[in-house]
Structure formats: C-alpha cells, structure tokens
Design a protein around this ligand. Structure first.
Ligand code: URP
Ligand code: ZN
Ligand code: ZN
Length: 470
C-alpha cells in the first residue's frame, strides 16, 4: 500500500484554510489531521507552502485542427505544461468532422490522447454536424461514456459554425440526461461581413482581427444562446467571455433565474487591445477569439468573478508557434502572414493560470485564497461533473494536489515554460508565487524543475452531469 504524508502545510480549499497534515493512500486522500505520524510513508515537508487542490482547466485545445493549422502542443507536451502550472485535470475537445458520428469522434480522440496524457482528462464533444443520427447518440454518450458537455460555435462560418436550430435541438436532446451545451458566443455571420469589408479596404494587418470582432457581437450571441437555453429549459455555459456587454447578458439571465454560467480567461483579465499595436507581425501572437478588449473591461470581469456572475477561469490554451521553424508552417501563426483572417486563432496559457491568478488576483486583493481555489478547481469540477472526486481536498477525493510557494518570485518566459509554443503572452512579467510540487492521484509528477510523471499515466474521467449546480 503506497502512503504519502504531506506535512505542515497550509491546506486551502474553496471554504477551508488551516494548517495540518494530509495522508494519501493508493492515490486518494485517506486522512487529514493537525498532526499525523505514519512511520513508513513517503514524507513531503510543506512548511510555508499552500496545499491546494490541483487545478482543473476546462478549456484546452491539444492537437486541435483549425482549418489548415494545427495546435503545436500534443497531448504529451500540453499536459506536461499543464502539470508544471499546477493543473492536474484538463477537459479538452473531441472535434466532430462533418459526417462522423458522436461516439466515433470521442473514441478516436481517446485513442489519440490516452497514451500521451500525464494528467487526468476528459473531453467536451464539439458538434459541427447536428443531424438526427448524431442527436440520437448523445444520451448514451452522457450516460455510458461520461461526456456530458457539448460545445458549439456561433462563429467561424463554413468551418465550425452551427445554426440556432442545431443549438436548440441539441439542448432539447440532452436536457433530460444531465447534458449541457457550451457556446462560443459571437455572431459569426456579421463578423464575416466585417472581415470582408476590412480585407476589401486592404486592411490585412493582425490588428484588424480585433476591429472585426466587436464586443456587441459577442453580447448579441451570448444573449441568443441564453434565450435558446431558456426556451429549452437547460443550463448553458458561455466559454471565454471577454466583453462587459456579454457579461451583462449573463447577469440579467441569472437575475431572471436562468442557469447561465460563464468562464473568462487570464488573457482577458491581464492584457488589453494595446497588444495589437505591436509592430509588424508581432501582434499575431495576440490573435485569439474573442480578441483582447479595452483595458477598462478588466474590472467588469473581476467584478463578475468576485460576485459569481463568472463562475470560473479557464485558459483556452490553443497554442500556435509564432515562428515557422522548427515545427513547420502548419503549426504557426505565419499561415496568416499576409491576411489577418487566416491567422490561426488562439494563444497559449495552460501553464500560467494559477500563478497569474494568484499574483494578479490574490496578491492584489481582488479575490481571496478560497475564491482562488473555487475559480481554478472546485467550480470547474462541479460545473463539469467531476466533484467531489476532483476539485477539493477531502477524505476520499483523488489526491491531486499542488504545493504552492506564495512568496517565491519568478519571471515568466517562453525560455522556461514547458509547452512546445515558442512565445509567451506574458514574456518578462515578474510574478509572485510558484508551483513547487504537484501530485496526480498521490504520485509526485512535478518537483521543482523536475518532471517525474509519465506519458499515458493520466486517466480518462467519465463525468457526471454538467451544469447542475444549485
Ligand atoms: O482563439 C481561440 N479561442 N481559439 C480556440 C478556438 C476557440 O474559439 O475556442
Ligand atoms: Zn471559442
Ligand atoms: Zn477554445
């Protein structure tokens, strides 16, 4: 029987904060007490460290295809990067190709990811082809495979976008089975017109990505998504919310008693649209969707996080290299060198979520430590059917733990991160806080700068119902 004792740390959950010892047996938390003596256990001294539930990132894109482009992190490199950042579970995406069935899509993704992942994982199923056969498969996928969340795009016409009828049909189909629909909420048709107009005027620089995706069109789609969910009487989840006008739609819905939920991402909390003024092609590093917004949007997002109008923070880690070499054009932003509308959309971040939120949220007094754990671990687990196996520190829960040094300073850089991407959105930023050790089901996988995990050691998680948070 493997026993691990974490001694003398400050144990922080979404509701607790105390000093104590924690015993792990066979990958689960066995006992928590002020002091524990276990003679044969492997001992880790956590004096001066925060002991928190491992982070759960419910929005990552590993090995995702985007038209001619492909994310530059594999499930192997991406989950190593996640682990170094204190994230012990990801919910990534299985992408349905038009014509493919739902179950087949998930099975193929599982076969790709499973031998590579070093932390536990699940998928949201991205639906692009909502037909009677696909719809018929969804209840079984929820009930037997544990895939209870379905992502649909209201943007990216001709590639991923689905119409309102497809969204409504999916909502109606999964409602009684504990399913939830996650929406990328932007009005894709209008944005396409704005893109065509910009290109016709010769505006091809990366900064026009931001100009052609206005906040109002995020708000419009957020409103539409919520109203469809209201009609279907099902919870709804808005991914990567960036605009105060969209947040207002969520707030109004919640005030009406609708189960409307939303996430935001670190780049919307810490960066703004002035990044698009960078010279030359450098601004392409910041081409993600929705785009970075005006600086004063940030305080609305923080208010949302504080008062639970935004329930959690995910990264939308969707990395493409800046340079063509060494991985090749397919993995690079350079695909859009002459036309902003061809730049692969997305940015890296899976390794930085905890440290950025700690430094920029907890240290600055915007949120407290309990809220930090809620936003990074507990709420994601509850939202997507993983609680209490994941997302907390409690007897019987998986021993997914982060030992975090709250005082250590570090400088963020692509030179020291573990993703395959060749740049950082936060290059050179000094932050306070560092992940010292990470345990995945009781196994030490990160120890300082050393990676001790193994590809394939992550387990696929069959999830319970999504969005049924009362
Ligand atoms: O720019 C982004 N967010 N790329 C990833 C795909 C998506 O829209 O989530
Ligand atoms: Zn999206
Ligand atoms: Zn995404």
């Amino acid at each position: 029987m493997s026993q691990v004792l974490i001694r003398g740390g400050r144990i922080v959950t979404a509701v607790d904060d105390y000093h104590g010892d924690l015993l792990i047996e066979n990958g689960r938390i066995e006992a928590i007490a002020r002091h524990l003596d276990v003679p044969d256990a492997e001992i880790h001294d956590a004096t001066g460290l925060l002991v928190m539930p491992g982070g759960i990132d419910v929005h990552t894109h590993m090995e995702g295809e985007q038209g001619p482009a492909m994310n530059c992190d594999t499930y192997a490199s991406g989950t190593v990067s996640a682990a170094f950042g204190g994230t012990t579970t990801i919910v990534d995406f299985a992408y349905q190709n038009k014509g493919d069935g739902a179950k087949k899509t998930v099975e193929e993704r599982l076969a790709l990811a499973d031998p590579q992942v070093c932390i536990d994982y699940s998928f949201h199923l991205i639906l692009t082809d909502v037909n009677p056969d696909t719809l018929a498969e969804l209840p079984d996928l929820i009930n037997t495979e544990g895939i209870s969340s379905f992502k649909m795009f209201m943007a990216y016409p001709d590639i991923l976008m689905v119409d309102d009828a497809s969204i409504y049909r999916t909502m109606s189909r999964v409602r009684d089975h504990g399913g939830m629909v996650n929406l990328h909420a932007e009005n894709g048709a209008v944005i396409q017109v704005l893109i065509e107009e910009a290109l016709a005027e010769g505006r091809t620089d990366p900064k026009y990505h931001g100009y052609t995706r206005p906040r109002l069109m995020e708000a419009e789609a957020t409103h539409r998504a919520i109203r469809l969910a209201e009609l279907a009487e099902i919870p709804v989840y808005i991914v990567h919310l960036s605009a105060p006008e969209a947040l207002e739609m969520v707030v109004q819905a919640r005030d009406r008693g609708v189960h409307a939920f939303a996430e935001t991402c670190p780049h919307y909390l810490f960066l703004d649209k002035t990044e698009y003024d960078r010279p030359g092609f450098d601004a392409a590093k910041y081409v993600m969707t929705p785009p970075l917004r005006e600086h004063d949007c940030q305080h609305h997002l923080w208010r949302g996080l504080r008062f639970d109008d935004l329930q959690l923070v995910a990264t939308d880690h969707c990395p493409f290299c800046f340079n063509e070499q060494p991985l090749g054009l397919k993995y690079s932003k350079r695909i859009g060198a002459d036309d902003f509308s061809k730049i692969p959309n997305g940015a890296p971040g899976v390794e930085l979520r905890l440290v950025l939120l700690y430094d920029g949220g907890v240290k600055t007094g915007k949120i407290n430590l309990n809220r930090f754990v809620q936003l990074t671990a507990t709420a994601p687990a509850k939202m997507f059917g993983l609680f209490p196996q994941k997302g907390t520190i409690a007897v019987g829960s998986d021993a997914d733990l982060v030992l975090f040094n709250p005082e250590k300073k570090q400088v963020l850089s692509a030179a020291t991160h573990h993703s395959q991407v060749d740049y950082s959105l936060f290059e050179g930023r000094e932050v306070t806080g560092k992940v010292e050790k990470v345990f995945s089901r009781g196994r030490l996988i990160v120890d300082g700068d050393r990676f001790l995990g193994q590809a394939g050691q992550g387990q696929f998680l069959k999830r319970g119902a999504s969005g049924r948070i009362l």
